[in-house]
Design a protein around this ligand. Structure first.
Ligand code: SRM
Ligand code: SF4
Length: 567
């Protein structure tokens, strides 16, 4: 283990009395819209980030006012499944306490933005009251466990979804701080002496830890971008047998720092389903014990594995288990997108996947998505499922209810899935400006313009119906998983992006840098030439990302995970 000094956040966590800090005092201080800097770090573990409106920063500074502070609140929603009643309650909380409606994230949950300090306790308490939580939605913990939205085979999905909930419960923080602060709303939180964290320990994990379960043939969660990816494996009767383990994925990178990089996870083996809780516990514990606690940029599991070797990680994990990790089992992914429109599932129930651009559940002009979804959910008797591509599914609809839902979809302008071209349907963006403190360029607000320009280019080359996956992030942290986009823009500065190409559409190959730090005109010029070549030289059925690698426009980037032991 490292002799380097611990990062300041490690001391902060150690002294926090199991995540209490002085958050209670900060919330009670009427003199500022903020809380103290050390407490902002602890607040993340409770599911909230302090932010300020970056559009207003300069003006507020000129007026000698403190920044326009508010809080982002992230709900924890394993597997992205919620009831209509929960949807309505979350929607109501958004209207009362947040700005900008609800936002579906790339990890199939909701975020609220613009929550002022005085409303934090009411909002988080309200989320708790409907059986949900924000605990561990952010911070150095196991985050929201995502899983494939798989409504076609609902029995299999139901079981996999159940595992995502069990994993979340098995690995979540045990501190009483959350209950004291947000449920009991105590003026003064306790001492934390009675708390213990059997898995995470008093300093929690070195960094965030993400777990996701994919259900082949769909990789809609991008399983190889997780710290621990689980690929569900089914037996010959279609019953869930167990999971392949793929540790070491992670996409974040820091601009200009070659020591940080995106990476896909590697397959190290298979465990039967009844062993997955134990295997995941120890997969997390290895990172707890060996992850870098001195340099946060180097603290994700991918770096621990790259420093020590995949075989080391597998052996270390195996040494903590009293059952063998078996060889990985075969599976095949078809794509990492969503399947829009109506699909019939088991038991004669139907499922409707709606396109929600950038996940914004908000009324804008004719597109009254927030009101429309509220009206639909009021009559909907199944569940709602959020996808990691920021879309929403009305699941479990009776055949006779479809017509009414279709009418509401049309009335409120939720019919993008019928009108949009594939490139628009599959595009993902991160939040970026104005709320994200790390954004270097626009993402969500620029995406519609970018797509207009790309549609013009595609039409020029006779490619209007081409389902190319486009992803844009406002900085290299990669929250829209841009490093697995067939075309990706990664923000470097206002109006400037790295253009990356060459990922596949199954989430099994990273893309590579094609043009560095370029503006819109340069991006469009480069893509114009690439699309012309694609239209002229592609093989039948070949996808854009695969084409750019085959013809050598970019060198084949990181391999897809190999189906073999790492020895
Ligand atoms: Fe993210 C930080 C938004 C998914 C990698 N991410 C942030 C913060 C909290 C900015 C900050 O630290 O101040 C962003 C808040 C913006 C805002 O105003 O709301 C933010 N990340 C998001 C969301 C909301 C993007 C979206 O538009 O949907 C996603 C919330 C997911 C969730 O519900 O939990 C989101 N972030 C991701 C993903 C994709 C994924 O997990 O599938 C990644 C890449 C995968 C990974 O983790 O490697 C991702 N976010 C990061 C990183 C880079 C971490 C790293 O290892 O370097 C940061 C920066 C950090 O942690 O220091 C970050
Ligand atoms: Fe913010 Fe960067 Fe994540 Fe976008 S990718 S939300 S700009 S941290």
């Amino acid at each position: 283990m490292s002799n380097k000094p611990l990062s300041p956040l490690e001391h902060n966590k150690a002294n926090s009395r199991f995540l209490r800090g002085t958050i209670d005092l900060g919330l009670a201080d009427p003199g500022t819209g903020a809380i103290s800097e050390p407490d902002t770090k602890l607040l993340k573990f409770h599911g909230s980030y302090q932010q300020d409106n970056r559009d207003l920063r300069d003006e507020r500074r000129r007026q000698k006012l403190e920044p326009d502070f508010s809080f982002m609140v992230r709900v924890r929603l394993p597997g992205g499944v919620l009831t209509p009643a929960q949807w309505l309650a979350l929607d109501d909380l958004a209207n009362r306490y947040a700005t900008g409606g609800l936002r579906i994230t790339t990890r199939q949950t909701f975020q609220y933005h613009g929550v002022v300090k005085e409303n934090l306790r009411t909002l988080i308490g309200g989320i708790h009251d409907i059986g949900l939580s924000t605990l561990a939605a952010c911070g150095d913990v196991v985050r929201n466990v995502v899983c494939s939205v798989n409504p076609e085979v609902s029995a299999a999905h139901a079981e996999v979804h159940d595992w995502s909930i069990r994993l979340m419960r098995h690995l979540e923080p045990q501190t009483g701080a959350y209950r004291e602060l947000w449920v009991e709303k105590r003026e003064r939180t306790g001492e934390g002496r009675e708390d213990s964290e059997p898995l995470l320990g008093p300093t929690y994990l070195p960094r965030k830890f993400k777990i996701g379960i994919a259900v082949p043939p769909y990789n809609d969660i991008d399983v190889f971008a997780q710290d621990l990816g689980l690929v569900a494996i089914f037996d010959e009767h279609g019953a869930l047998a167990g999971f392949n383990l793929a540790p070491g994925g992670g996409l974040g990178a820091t601009s200009g720092d070659a020591e940080t990089y995106p990476k896909l996870g590697d397959l190290i083996g298979y465990v039967p389903k009844e062993r997955v809780l134990e295997a995941s516990w120890h997969a997390v514990a290895v990172q707890r014990d060996f992850g870098d606690r001195s340099e946060r940029k180097h603290a994700r599991l991918k770096y621990t594995i790259d420093d020590r070797g995949l075989a080391w990680y597998r052996d270390e994990l195996q040494s903590r288990l009293d059952f063998p990790i078996e060889a990985p089992r075969p599976y095949r992914f078809e794509h990492n997108g969503d399947r829009f429109g109506w699909l019939e599932g088991e038991g004669g129930r139907w499922h409707l996947t709606l396109r929600i651009p950038s996940g914004r559940v908000l009324d804008v002009g004719q597109r009254r998505r927030q009101t429309g979804l509220r009206e639909i959910v009021r009559v909907h008797e199944g569940t709602v499922r959020l996808t990691c591509n920021q879309n929403a599914i009305l699941a479990g609809v009776a055949p006779e209810a479809r017509e009414r839902i279709d009418a509401l979809v049309r009335e409120y302008g939720l019919d993008d899935y019928l009108t949009d071209r594939p490139i628009r349907l599959n595009a993902i963006s991160c939040v970026a400006l104005p709320t994200c403190g790390l954004a270097m360029a626009e993402a969500e607000r620029y995406l519609p313009t970018l797509l207009d320009r790309l549609e013009t280019l595609l039409a020029r080359h006779g490619l209007a119906e081409e389902p190319i996956h486009v992803r844009i992030s406002g900085c290299p942290n990669g929250c829209s998983r841009p490093y697995i986009g067939e075309i990706a823009l990664v923000g470097r500065a206002v109006g400037r992006y790295d253009l990356r190409i060459g990922a596949d559409h199954r989430g099994e190959r990273l893309n590579a840098l094609y043009r560095e730090n370029v503006n819109e005109a340069q991006i469009l010029e480069a893509l114009d030439a690439l699309l012309a070549r694609f239209a002229a030289e592609r093989e039948p059925g070949e996808r854009f990302g695969d084409f750019t690698v085959r013809v050598g426009e970019v060198a084949a980037p990181q391999r897809r995970p190999a189906l073999e032991y790492p020895r």
